[in-house]
Design a protein around this ligand. Sequence first.
Ligand code: EPZ
Length: 422
Amino acid sequence: MDSIVVTGGAELSGQIPIAGAKNACLTLMPATLLSEEPLTLTNAPRLSDIATMTTLLRSLGAEVTTMQEGRVLAMSSHRIDTHVAEYDIVRKMRASILVLGPLLARDGHAVVSLPGGCAIGARPVDLHLTALEAMGAELDLRDGYVHARAPGGLRGGRVTFPKVSVGATENVLMAATLARGATVIENAAREPEIVDLADCLRRMGAEIEGDGTDTIEVQGVARLSGATHAVVADRIELGTYMLAPAVTGGSVECLGGRIDLIEAFCERLDAAGVSVEETERGLRVSRRNGRVAGVDVTTAPFPGFPTDLQAQMMALLCTAEGTSTLHETIFENRFMHAPELIRMGARIEVSGGTARVHGVERLKGAPVMATDLRASVSLILAGLAAEGETVVNRVYHLDRGYEQVEQKLGAVGAKVERVRET
Ligand code: EPZ
């Protein structure tokens, strides 16, 4: 397994290009199943998760051609050979459950492996299933698979989510585009990736209103056409790289960054003493003083502070002036980066969903273990300003969500290199 070696101390300056959003692309790709005409995605990120979704769609019989070194995905599912999403692929990436709604909507049946949990939590899919049942699907859970049928096709209905779920909102939104009649989704997720999916589906002929709010209305149509759609910028990669100059000092411009994607995050950065200014090409970030101030952070569904930036924010707060409290409200086990940061000299007390961080002057480099995608990049951020060398192991987690991290950080002056395990 590869590892990433970070030598701390360099101030950063220059530009970092922000790629298309992993979490938008992972729901846009299954949308190809809703039409027999080609769907082409541009500005796609080059990530192992995208490769996994490509493998899954191909296993169903869809054609996926990657062009321009993976930036363009030309997809066509005019022919589907099977409606079974096998465990062996689904277990690698939970977002595979997002083929369930489209397959059901398209052909009235699907067999999709339950995705199982992951490091950050149990990650059930009950909200996906209950919502599809409200649209007339008959579901039978056996042998670790969801056996779903909608003999007469899905029918529009009222779906009220008891808690906000990004994936369940996406599954239902896609299914509703071809359902008979109107569907109202209440307590819908409001993430920019939902809006991006709705924009793409509208280009395909879907009738959708209210995306980006907590109530989405969909008028089912008989069929959808093909389209070409540019994947929205990745707000989590953006927030991650905005933290790099905040950790090290210096000034970095994130190309393609948009404030509207991460307002709650930017408000916390401002409170910590990090300035964010909009430029012609993106967002320029720098520290206002020599050291940031401790701030409190509570994660919440959009437009709140993103849970996917909690680990990275903790890395910054480890060397802030004063104490910070982070409340993780979305996942039950998302502080696994804390023990690794403590190995680097951070002072962190974790109790349930709350972590208290007492800022120290400087961290010390150490060998650390990546446990999940966002935890792994928070350890790299911590290493950027730490004294000496930090070796982050198991970086396969990293490659799921960050393309060319060593090149992007290296281009702004960081000493980051990948050591390939022989
Ligand atoms: C999406 O996961 C993202 N993944 C996650 O990003 C992100 O952390 C999460 O949304 C929250 O923003 C993709 O988009 C591929 P949820 P998702 O359904 O859809 C519970 C990353 O690092 N829940 O909004 O799975 C769930 O356990 C990843 O890029 C149920 O109880 O998240 C969690 O506690 C990590 N039942 C909460 O709801 C369900 O049926 C929010 O989950 C579904 C979810």
